[in-house]
Design a protein around this ligand. Structure first.
Ligand code: OAD
Length: 253
């Protein structure tokens, strides 16, 4: 990777920006040791999404689906945010209006100190009852007995993770916040996402059409690289700290 894998224009645009929006995907957590979905060692290579990440699968085999999410929850808790997450938490303090939109459910941005994170696909740390809608206390799902179905303490309904499954709508409020932030952004960064899952993958285009400078940071060009003003190739945990450094130096001048 070159010492500065991004352009001077990107640094300047960030310095001048009043509004910055960032979309992240599984790639930003890869350096924390959390598998992505579509890379060669990705989750969808080892599991069939239709078996696990949809409501019918859950109703047919709640033990299997709850167990899988419980496993992923444990993995996420064992891992720590990486320099990419921390760099974005820092960026929040450097621009007047900053919106971090994530497709990730691992809670690592929040643990790195980012605030007001727009969670497009939910958060694996939360569960709610499919009958009464109540959210469960975290320890309700902390360590279920093997083969036991985890149920709501209030009404005995099934508890499901607060994540978006295939065939489900995104949370309306989050999607609205994300689309608004993209439409108003002066700079929009798309980081560590293959950009094949919509509507999230449509946000960079919303930003670009509204006049933002759009840039991607990824180890390989994504599906929407052609619409970017700039494609930065590299690991987000390496590129982002250098970008923040360059931004701070430019601001000092
Ligand atoms: P993917 O697994 O589809 O894509 C991960 C992206 O991260 C790829 O483009 C990689 O090239 C890139 N990448 C890997 N390591 C990286 C690194 N160190 N630095 C920068 N980039 C890196 O994951 P997503 O795009 O997040 O949805 O997938 C989108 C959605 O598909 C997920 O939120 C999930 C899944 O179905 C739901 O579960 C609703």
């Amino acid at each position: 990777m070159p010492a500065r894998p991004f352009s001077d224009t990107l640094v300047q645009r960030l310095v001048e920006a009043r509004r910055v929006a960032v979309l992240t995907g599984a790639g930003i957590s890869a350096e924390s040791g959390i598998p992505t979905f579509r890379d060669t060692d990705g989750l969808w290579q080892r599991f069939r999404p239709e078996e696990l990440a949809n409501v019918d699968a859950f109703l047919q085999n709640p033990v299997l689906v709850q167990g899988w999410y419980h496993h992923r929850q444990k993995v996420a808790l064992e891992k720590a945010p990486n320099p990419g997450h921390y760099a974005l938490a820092k960026l929040e303090s450097l621009v007047p209006h900053f919106t971090l939109i994530t497709q990730n459910v691992d809670n690592l941005h929040q643990r790195a100190g980012s605030t007001g994170v727009v969670e497009l696909h939910g958060n694996i740390m939360r569960s709610y009852c499919i009958d009464c809608g109540r959210f469960a206390a975290e320890d309700a799902v902390a360590d279920p007995a093997p083969d036991a179905i985890v149920r709501c303490a209030a009404c005995n309904g099934l508890l499901r993770p607060d994540v978006v499954w295939f065939g489900e709508m995104l949370p309306a409020e989050a999607l609205e916040a994300a689309t608004g932030a993209a439409a108003e952004a002066d700079v929009f960064l798309s980081i560590g996402t293959s950009a094949v899952v919509y509507p999230a993958a449509g946000l960079p285009q919303v930003a670009q059409q509204a006049g933002a400078y759009v840039a991607e940071i990824n180890i390989a060009p994504s599906a929407i690289a052609p619409l970017m003003h700039e494609v930065v190739q590299g690991k987000s945990g390496e590129v982002l700290p250098i970008l923040i450094d360059a931004l701070l130096k430019r601001k000092e001048k």
